[in-house]
Design a protein around this ligand. Sequence first.
Ligand code: ADP
Length: 219
Amino acid sequence: MANIILLGPPGAGKGTQARLLVERRGMVQLSTGDMLREAKTADTPMGRRVAEVMARGQLVSDEIVIGLIEERLKAGGGAGFIFDGFPRTLAQADALARLLERIGQRLSAAIEMRVDDEALLARIVGRFSCGACGEVYHDQSHPTAVPGVCDACGSTDLRRRADDTEESLKQRMLEYYKKTSPLIGYYYALGDHYVVDGLGEIEAVAAAIAAALDSANSS
Ligand code: ADP
């Protein structure tokens, strides 16, 4: 059973690749971004606080996200967990190691999806997704065949994220370089670090991730 982290700046394509791994390998995707977007729809004091922090492009507190992950880990991981958007701080990385140990598991690989920052803005400002099935689209590079209708499931519930704006992206990039990018050195030192080129075609990136996974499994 392989448990992997997909690491990379906002817009690197972590969600897209995680979905493919779920489909093709039966792994379980744990996206803290998705979990928090669910939590913030609840009209509670916590939900409102989370919504504010996310819209500004800042990080939600370690305590909240670690709690969310802990709950999901207990439910079991099929052919392995894909951590997408978590950990984002060194404290979260330590917490993850402890939580995995508690359920008798370990991390197989932290796969860094390397992309050039210039490409990120174009990718993010223009992206939208289906509220029903989660398929991700882009105004220029991957529009729906029929405007306003999801190709995959036919739903008309197409959504743009509140934080996919130029201003919020700037803050998300700052948070990434300040708090998340140190994890690259951390996992490198642990011997769990792999790099793939995140700028290629979706299938080329998927093949590179599959190769990293196979190499992690055989080591
Ligand atoms: P992206 O990777 O494109 O930035 P995500 O959906 O992973 O998007 O995250 C969106 C927002 O959710 C982040 O900007 C942050 O506010 C919050 N968030 C997600 N995961 C975490 C986490 N592990 N720790 C703290 N905040 C998080």
